[in-house]
Design a protein around this ligand. Structure first.
Ligand SMILES: Nc1ncnc2c1ncn2[C@@H]1O[C@H](COP(=O)(O)OP(=O)(O)OP(=O)(O)O)[C@@H](O)[C@H]1O
Ligand code: SF4
Ligand SMILES: [Mg+2]
Length: 340
């Protein structure tokens, strides 16, 4: 086969390998930490050995309880923080090149917008090549795409509602046609109907621009609705990574099964999953336990789990799980309509 007939190999929009981010902890060790054998140089293990790939035009969802490392990971992926170890590539090149190709939207739009900058100037910043009427037309078009009236262009952030501010942030993020967008709880502060509208808009833009999204949320239902693949995090690690459609009834990690069972049931879901209530809180992310990090709360833990850390292993095509006994916590599936 000549170079001319060789199939084009396109690098994924984002590829991360072996990412580690620890934050040093100052101050005295607590009694519990001393008892657990914590050394003097303690660190929060915010991200521990995370590898993932996001092809162009697809969305990777990231879910997990508060403090499990979702935002720390997101910040590494878009270059807002640097890993202690590991590699990140954007479109096959070392992260950091082509900065404008990577954008991020966070939960709190008010803090993301400069209070003294009009909407026009905030969005205009992302369009440095344009001036005058051309710039105005481009801003109007972006406002239109996020469902906002062009009249808002002259307003300051405090003259907008929270939902309008967030849509300005999204307009600014998509202005430069980025190849990769981090959406970290980006729609969580919006009410349900606005959330649905903004998500729809993001998906339309993705179809048009072929951007890759990393969609972070504590809300598994929201993540399932927008993602092609989903990573479940627990104490800084990915414990399960699978196509979104497996997240209804085909999960293999006990933590993911419990997380799925806690999703509120909506009429029309077709079935209900009995809630599995996990006992206790996650262990401290400061020097987490050896062995499986979920062992203290896992309903199906065995002796091996407390001494031997499981690796993230691909079990079937595109479905990886970090557990010695995958599939051993089986959700109880109930018919949608329960007799009274
Ligand atoms: N700059 C920092 N310095 C020290 N510790 C940090 C820093 N950033 C995050 N952490 C710690 O790292 C851990 C992971 O935090 P992170 O914000 O990534 O979690 P999260 O999953 O995004 O949580 P949430 O759902 O509440 O947003 C937490 O224990 C947090 O306290
Ligand atoms: S390795 Fe053991 S403790 Fe950890 S999730 Fe699997 S069964 Fe539970
Ligand atoms: Mg967060």
């Amino acid at each position: 086969m000549t170079a001319v007939d060789a199939p084009a190999v396109t690098a994924p929009a984002l590829a991360a390998t072996g990412l580690v981010r620890h934050f040093a902890v100052s101050g005295r060790r607590s009694k519990a930490e001393r008892a657990a054998g914590a050394g003097r140089h303690r660190a929060v293990h915010a991200v521990d050995d995370v590898s993932l790939v996001v092809p162009a035009g697809t969305t990777l969802g990231v879910v997990g309880e508060s403090g499990c490392g979702k935002s720390s990971l997101g910040r590494l992926l878009v270059g807002l923080d640097r890993p202690d170890r590991g590699e990140i590539e954007w479109a096959g090149e070392r992260a950091g090149t082509h900065r404008g190709q990577v954008q991020a939207v966070f939960q709190d739009p008010a803090s993301a917008l400069d209070p003294r900058m009009t909407v026009q100037d905030a969005i205009g910043e992302a369009l440095p090549g344009l001036r005058g009427d051309e710039l105005r037309a481009a801003v109007d078009e972006l406002l239109h795409r996020v469902g906002l009236d062009a009249e808002l262009a002259e307003r300051l952030p405090h003259q907008l509602s929270g939902g309008q501010q967030q849509r300005v942030c999204i307009a600014r993020a998509i202005a430069s046609n980025p190849a990769l967008v981090l959406l970290d709880e980006a729609v969580s502060s919006l009410d349900a109907s606005l959330q649905a509208q903004v998500v729809e808009l993001l998906l339309q833009l993705q179809e048009r621009n072929h951007a890759a999204y990393v969609f972070i949320s504590h809300d598994l239902r929201a993540v399932r609705a927008v993602s092609d693949r989903i990573a479940v995090m627990y104490l800084g690690q990915i414990v399960e990574l699978a196509p979104a459609e497996r997240f209804d009834l085909e999960l293999l990690h006990p933590y993911s099964v419990a997380l799925r069972s806690a999703e509120p049931h909506l009429p029309g879901d077709g079935h209900r999953i009995e809630r599995i209530v996990l006992q206790g809180d996650p262990p401290s992310p400061i020097d987490p336990p050896s062995g499986c990090r979920f062992a203290s709360r896992c309903p199906v833990a065995q002796a091996r789990c407390r001494t031997e850390a499981p690796a993230l292993v691909e079990r079937t095509d595109g479905h990886a799980v970090r557990c010695h006994f995958p599939g051993s916590l089986v959700p109880l599936v109930l018919p949608e309509e329960q007799p009274a």
